[in-house]
Design a protein around this ligand. Structure first.
Ligand SMILES: [Zn+2]
Length: 273
């Protein structure tokens, strides 16, 4: 196990827009992983998924999946049913690709208390987990830390929800920064990783899934992603914290220049290590 760096979707400099071209380009660039972006819907079929998995295996590129944005597990009726179906399909196709994680934006707070929302999302995730287990789909559900207070996904939320077997966090450090403007120093990054270790143990640090990018934000939280150079995000200090804790797993770069900032993270990491 190592710490791998990669892109959110196919690198910009890929020959084609498809996932296999992306995997080849990630390999050429010397990066180690890529997240398949199913964010606008799971459009990949099983046959393509098999070919994607084969290409990734041959080139030793680790894959993960990002489930569609249009998901709210704090819902009822059709919205909830469709949200669950989108997660299930992301997991099934991701599993065929050989991905070990599917990243999920779990839902939104409406007027209920945090506890009510938590229980509702927990119930939905347990049902999804049971269905996947019954189908033999061996993939972790990763609940992402989110960039707005209106969304389920504080650090507390994503750590507590790991009480469900097969549910782990996706720590988006840029989102954690954007919510309050804090969480942007080595000390604060260290305290986030300390929280992960307290909850999940060394095993948690050895199997991290991370999102990071430059980010623009207001008092309401996340506005949009930026390249590191145009943002205030202290990525060097974040990478220092990765080294401090010797974490392992995947770091997915979501900056608009994808591979450029991913390579920046990787070279900083290799420099500090
Ligand atoms: Zn996300």
């Amino acid at each position: 196990m190592r710490l791998l760096f990669g892109t959110a979707g196919t690198p910009i400099s890929s020959k084609g827009n498809d996932s296999i071209s992306g995997i080849k380009r990630v390999h050429e660039l010397g990066l180690g992983c890529m997240e398949l972006e199913f964010v606008r819907g799971v459009k990949m079929g099983e046959r393509t998924a098999l070919a994607v998995g084969k290409a990734a295996k041959e080139l030793d590129i680790r894959l993960s999946v990002h489930a569609p944005y249009y998901i709210n597990l704090n819902a009822d009726g059709e919205t909830l049913a469709k949200s669950k179906e989108r997660i299930l399909n992301s997991a099934r196709i991701g599993n065929i690709c050989g991905a070990k994680s599917v990243v999920i934006h779990a839902g939104f707070f409406q007027k209920e208390t945090r506890q009510v929302v938590y229980e509702k999302i927990k119930k939905a995730l347990i049902e999804i987990r049971e269905k996947l287990n019954s189908e033999g789909v061996d993939i972790l559900l990763r609940i992402e830390t989110m960039g707005r207070k209106s969304q389920f996904g504080s650090l507390d939320d994503v750590l507590e929800i790991t009480e469900i077997e097969g549910v782990k966090p996706c720590i988006d450090f840029s989102h954690l920064h954007a919510v309050t403007g804090k969480n942007n120093s080595r000390e604060e990054f260290v305290s986030i990783l300390t929280r992960v270790e307290e909850r999940l143990g060394r095993e948690g640090l050895d199997n991290m899934h991370i999102h990071v990018s430059g980010i623009e934000y207001s008092e309401k939280g996340e506005k949009n992603h930026l390249v590191f150079e145009e943002s205030d995000f202290k990525y060097e200090e974040l990478v220092q914290a990765f080294v401090d804790f010797d974490i392992k797993g995947m770091v997915i770069c979501e900056s608009p220049n994808l591979e450029e900032d991913a390579l920046l993270l990787k070279s900083e990491y290799e420099f500090l290590r």
